[in-house]
Design a protein around this ligand. Sequence first.
Ligand SMILES: Nc1ncnc2c1ncn2[C@@H]1O[C@H](COP(=O)(O)OP(=O)(O)OP(=O)(O)O)[C@@H](O)[C@H]1O
Ligand SMILES: [Mg+2]
Length: 465
Amino acid sequence: MKIKLFKSQKISWKLTIYYATIFSLVLMMLSASVLYGIRLYLINQAINKAMDTSNSIIERINGSTGEQMSLDDPELFAAEQDSTISARIVNSKKIMINSLNKFNWSKLQILADNSVKKTEIDKLHLVVANRQILNRDKVIAYLQVVVNMNKEYVFLEALFVLMACADLVGIAISLFAGYLMSRRMLYPIDRITRAAQSISVHDLNRRIEVSQTDDELSRLAKTFNEMIERLHLSFEKQKQFVSDASHELRTPISVILGYIGLIDRWGKEDTDVLHESINAIKNESIGMMELIEKLLFLAKGDSGNQKLKIHEFSFNELIDEVGKESELISQKHLIQYTSVGEISLLADRKMIKQMLRALIDNSVKFTPENGSITLLAYSNNNSVNINIKDTGIGIPSQEVIRIFDRFYRTDKARAKETGGSGLGLAIVKWIVDAHKGKIAVESNIGEGTNITVELPQLMNYKAET
Ligand SMILES: Nc1ncnc2c1ncn2[C@@H]1O[C@H](COP(=O)(O)OP(=O)(O)OP(=O)(O)O)[C@@H](O)[C@H]1O
Ligand SMILES: [Mg+2]
């Protein structure tokens, strides 16, 4: 039990780790894209700021907004109040002639073009805008505007730490909640496992509780219960079969023992008693032998060891053979047998003969002397039909469905004198089923019984034989 529970816990751990990994990946991807988006936005802002500042300085130099200012005029940058912005002007010989705010310009190269880009110098995050200052289309100097983005990067770092913490908390929660949830979901499996372990052969009427919800687990429980139900039924049948078989075998053995006692006491001197006893013992032994053969047939059928030996044969010949034998055995009945047209059948000949013999044997047994028994065979729509009709005592309609049950006899008292064990029709049914055929019974009390067997003529048995 411990091993089983550990196994199911392993599944819940697997599920937890699986879902927590997916959840964490999604969480981290989300955080990373948020951080990346904010960073892009902030850099864009800084670029705009650098461009705006450089534009307004150049406007002031060109005098497009008022009085034209000279390149080295200290008032040129007076309008720029933002402490994160630095600027400088260098002349065409790359000598700095004006600047705004203190900045270590030595590390920053001035580019002789109009460009703006984000750069990093000595852990300083900067956006640098380079502009050419023109006079009559000739470059006379260069303007460089630098926006220090360190505050933004401090904010981004803080945001990163915050998000990482939130992610860690999220992962921990997802692990915990995932474990609890998967344990909860898999709990019914533990329950089914425990219930299955507690069901034994002596306890087959126990069932697993099925929850109301129609989910996979309740279906599993239902299927399990159905399986136990089937096992229970077949186990009960088997038990009944064994007890009936033992009972059937006990009677002839008691009779044999009775006669042996008789011989022991008087048979040694009295030859009549001796002969009677030997006869009775012989008959009982033959009966017992027949019974054991029938039991063995059914047992082999149950275990799947009863193999069919399929080949094609003439059904007309088989009908003649069985008919003649029946005439010989039972001369007190009028037996007629006919087969219409040429009928060939692909089947196990020996078994089909056994089936016909069992059916005729019943008709003979349950039809009074001088009654008639008719055997008719014909083929119809790729199937062979065999009709066995008698003018016997008939079967009560409510018992017709039970006559194929093992050991079932409609009239127990009469059975004693007819000597049947109630296995003949069970064997017939097995043979018909094995040949994928059908059997139908029509019977009226006092009028007779009509049994029809329909066998497929060209059945493909390859898979089964
Ligand atoms: N043709 C029939 N007419 C009347 N009753 C029948 C007929 N065939 C079968 N039955 C009834 O069905 C019961 C079961 O038949 P089944 O052949 O299985 O057993 P059985 O003939 O009694 O014994 P066994 O065939 O094992 O020697 C019979 O006992 C009988 O009551
Ligand atoms: Mg019989």
